[in-house]
Ligand binder design. Structure first.
Ligand code: ADP
Length: 576
């Protein structure tokens, strides 16, 4: 740009000067020849008026010419008769000179009185201007006076002019360079900073403000700055929207994963990584990640190929996780890529499984006593039984009916706790009174097996729990403590406030619980020894009810046990 500026300025200045010279040089020449012409005319007029007699001609001409030479006017003077013979000449001997009648200026002067010509002189050899004038002397004779002067001076003038031109062009060039430098500074520099800013903008950087003088460049810079500001604002808005969208996607409980038609990852949320396992941060494609990603990749490929949303469930091993994949094309075109939404349905599936297990268990638990009852009724109906046998049958039927009763009671309790939701106005219930009541109901059975009950519950301890529920909880734990105790064993019930938590411990000296069962005994219908539990009238729901009641009031329950030594159940409640 700067170079072009210099070139344009130089060319225009040189061309301007050349054109000026092409016009000026002939003009100057014209002025110069006009000057010479006037001078010749003046000399001829003077000589003509002198009217010199023939005898003095040569002398007078030589004198006159000498005088003119003194005045620095090197005019050659020639006098001719009317036939064109040279009478006298200031530069040569007249006798040696040929007849001049054929010379154009002489011919013209003879014909019209004055004549003029410019040519190479045969006598002096250089370019001359000739002027002739016809003069009638007082003696009646006619003479022709001719004055001539060398035009060599014009060449000198021409040379000087061209020299001036050369100097002018050189000076012009210097001026052109200087002014182009300043002009370039005014035009090129703002343009360069504009270009730099535009380039920075194209590369994604925020361009600095472009300065400009208050002229057209300044207006351009101003317009550019406004455009850059608008673009930056639009960019910021877009980024904000993107961040918001990314935030929403990242905040979703479901994982989101999107790929383009070539299988390159466009989007993968943290949740998607959580669900599908590790994938290197540098991975660009799903096949660079783990095996679970390949399974999702296959679904996405199928969706891109065949279209239509797809819903599939993946069972991930060894994580034992069930993930539901909803996959669909991002746009109508397969080239637009595809998107998968991943939902963790492990808990849901487990719940479904638990529900169906529960139904199966309940059915089974109800069926066993019912079958037994119906069997004995059939036996009683089928024939005469002696009163002893009949009574034992009735007793069995009664026991089974009681079992049914207990089972339905426990089931009802469980469903009440599970579906009851939060209870309003939960009262403060005395723990020692509750424990005493439960002990009272268990005493006959405990006494029958020689089990001693030791109760260490400070009377001031209260639990924010419904009295009926707290009683169910304590009764179930204490009942187990009696049921699974050894003959003549001990059941300890203690409670204390420990660091703001109410801790209740129910410790027995019974059979203990094998370690592998300890985590599962709180599940519904789970029993360590099914036969024994049934025999003792258990339903397999007691500990499940305990766990639910503790949870209902913000507490929890845990177990510690030693085989053949005893078991301790610990319930923790927040202090009211
Ligand atoms: P159940 O009605 O069979 O007693 P629970 O839910 O109360 O049902 O208890 C589940 C199982 O946990 C029992 O079948 C028993 O095997 C075991 N268990 C519970 N409490 C004790 C305990 N104090 N000592 C030993 N085993 C126990």
């Amino acid at each position: 740009m700067r170079k072009r500026f210099f070139r344009a300025a130089t060319v225009s200045i040189v061309a301007g000067l050349l054109i000026a010279f092409l016009f000026a040089v002939p003009l100057m020449q014209q002025v110069y020849t006009d000057e010479i012409r006037e001078r010749l005319a003046a000399v001829l007029a003077l000589a003509g008026e002198m009217d010199i007699p023939d005898g003095d001609l040569s002398d007078t001409v030589a004198r006159l010419s000498g005088r003119l030479a003194e005045e620095d006017t090197s005019v050659r003077l020639t006098v001719l008769d009317e036939q064109g013979f040279v009478l006298a000449d200031s530069a040569a001997d007249a006798a040696d000179m040929e007849n001049h009648a054929a010379r154009p200026e002489i011919r013209e002067a003879m014909a019209s009185g004055t004549g003029e010509d410019v040519r190479q002189s045969a006598t002096t050899g250089d370019r001359q201007m000739y002027m002739a004038r016809r003069v009638s002397g007082k003696d009646g004779g006619t003479r022709i006076y001719r004055a001539s002067v060398s035009l060599g001076g014009t060449n000198q003038v021409q040379g000087t002019l061209w020299l001036c031109g050369g100097v002018g062009i050189f000076m012009g060039l210097v001026i052109a360079l200087i002014s182009a430098h300043y002009a370039a500074g005014r035009v090129v520099e703002p343009l360069q900073s504009l270009t730099g800013a535009a380039r920075a903008m194209a590369e994604g950087a925020t361009p600095a403000k472009v300065e400009g003088a208050p002229d057209e460049m300044g207006e351009l810079a101003g317009a550019f700055n406004t455009m850059a500001d608008r673009l930056a604002a639009a960019h910021a808005e877009l980024e904000q929207a993107n961040d918001r969208l990314a935030g929403i996607l990242q905040g979703m409980d479901d994982g989101v994963l999107a790929v383009d038609a070539g299988g390159r990852i466009l989007l993968m949320t943290h949740r998607a990584r959580d669900l599908l396992g590790d994938c290197p941060a540098t991975a660009r494609r799903l096949d660079e990640c783990g095996v679970h990603y390949l399974a999702v990749g296959d679904i996405l490929k199928r969706v891109m190929r065949e279209g239509g949303p797809v819903r599939e469930t993946l069972s991930l091993t060894p994580e034992e996780r069930t993930v539901q994949v909803y996959a669909a094309r991002v746009s109508e075109e397969p080239a637009g890529g595809a998107l998968a939404v991943l939902s963790d349905v492990t808990r849901l599936r487990k719940l479904e499984q638990m529900r169906s297990d529960f139904v199966a268990n309940v059915t089974h638990e109800l069926k066993t006593p019912l079958t037994s009852i119906r069997g004995y009724i059939e036996l009683l109906k089928s024939g005469e039984r002696d009163p002893e046998t009949a009574r034992s049958f009735y007793e069995i039927i009664e026991i089974e009916a009681e079992r049914l009763q207990k089972l339905t009671d426990d089931l009802l309790q469980l469903s009440e706790i599970e579906n009851g939701g939060a209870e309003p106005d939960v009262p403060l219930t005395s723990l020692s009174e509750t424990v005493e009541r439960a002990a009272e109901s268990l005493r006959p059975e405990a006494d029958a097996r020689g089990i001693r009950l030791h109760i260490f519950v400070p009377p001031e301890l209260r639990v924010r729990a419904h009295p009926r529920r707290l009683y169910q909880l304590m009764k179930n734990l204490m009942e187990n403590g009696v049921k699974y105790n050894r003959e003549g064993g001990i059941l300890n019930i203690s409670a204390a406030a420990e660091r703001g938590v109410l801790v209740i411990r129910v410790h027995d000296t019974g059979i203990g619980i094998p370690p592998e069962h300890r985590d599962r005994i709180f599940e519904r219908f789970y029993r360590v020894d099914k036969g024994r539990s049934r025999e003792l009238g258990g339903t397999g729901l007691g500990l499940s009810i305990v766990k639910h009641i503790a949870g209902l009031y913000g507490g929890d329950v845990s177990v510690a046990s030693e085989m053949g030594v005893g078991t301790t159940f610990t319930v923790r409640f927040p202090m009211p």
